[in-house]
Write a protein that binds this ligand. Structure first.
Ligand code: CTP
Ligand code: CA
Length: 226
């Protein structure tokens, strides 16, 4: 599937998108990760591209087929690597979209050799990863837009809105886990979008491409944008 510029309302804009899962190594052959497919991130990248933006992708390991040559594309594995790459370009960006499912913790140590099986129980010590969105959010430039994602299983709106404030987002997209056809690995999604201004909208269950267009349309309601 090729994407063409169909609108140019984001022409000249530089957009950073983090996407996919992160992989946190335990030893040379094992890691801790999650089920993020990167589908929403890729849909966003293609949608921004089709509207004239220059798109900088920092992606954890995903198996989707993407024409990476359309983007400034950097593959990473761990949260630490994702943070390092994103930090380097953050300052030049007009819009930052934090769509990655970053592992919250990583093994305290990476064993140099494959961990051998021994006792019936094994404990692994984990340490908290850097919060990429929060850290870059505390360095947000004037007129820069930051967009986050949230997936909650309880107190959804409340939790999403508290993340919006904590990470200095202008807008947060809440994935509705409970709605059919939404979540990881699927092609559809249903979202609530909360603005820092208090304004909120919700979608129906739609394709991730339609959701991407809706999210991008909402950027135009952000005060710094207009
Ligand atoms: N995020 C990030 N770096 C992290 C964790 C999260 O950049 N280490 C970003 C995600 O990409 C997303 C937003 O922060 O845009 C919210 O992620 P989420 O996992 O829902 O929030 P957490 O702060 O990790 O809270 P929790 O998992 O405890 O709900
Ligand atoms: Ca998390």
């Amino acid at each position: 599937e090729e994407f063409f510029v169909v609108k140019s309302d984001f022409k000249g804009k530089k957009v950073l998108i983090t996407m996919g899962p992160t992989q946190e190594a335990l030893d040379p052959v094992r890691y801790i990760s999650n089920h993020s497919s990167g589908k929403m991130g890729v849909a966003l990248a293609n949608a921004f591209l089709s509207r004239g933006a220059e798109v900088f992708v920092v992606s954890g390991p995903i198996s989707l087929k993407v024409n990476k040559s359309n983007f400034h594309w950097q593959d990473v594995k761990s949260a630490k690597e994702m943070f390092e790459v994103a930090s380097k370009i953050h300052n030049q960006m007009d819009i930052c979209v934090f769509a990655a499912a970053v592992a919250d913790y990583a093994p305290a140590e990476i064993a140099p050799e494959k961990i051998k099986k021994s006792d019936t129980k094994l404990s692994i010590s984990l340490v908290k990863n850097v919060d990429i969105a929060a850290k870059l959010g505390s360095n947000k430039k004037q007129n820069q837009v930051h967009i986050g994602f949230a997936l909650e299983t309880e107190n959804e709106a409340e939790n999403a809105q508290s993340k919006l404030a904590k990470k200095n987002f202008d807008m947060i997209v809440l994935n509705s886990m409970k709605e059919s056809g939404a979540g990881f690995q699927v092609d559809t999604n249903k979202v609530h979008i909360f603005h820092a201004s208090g304004f909120a909208v919700q979608s129906e269950v739609e394709s991730k491409n339609k959701i991407a267009a809706l999210i991008i349309d909402q950027i135009k309601n952000i005060p710094v944008w207009v």
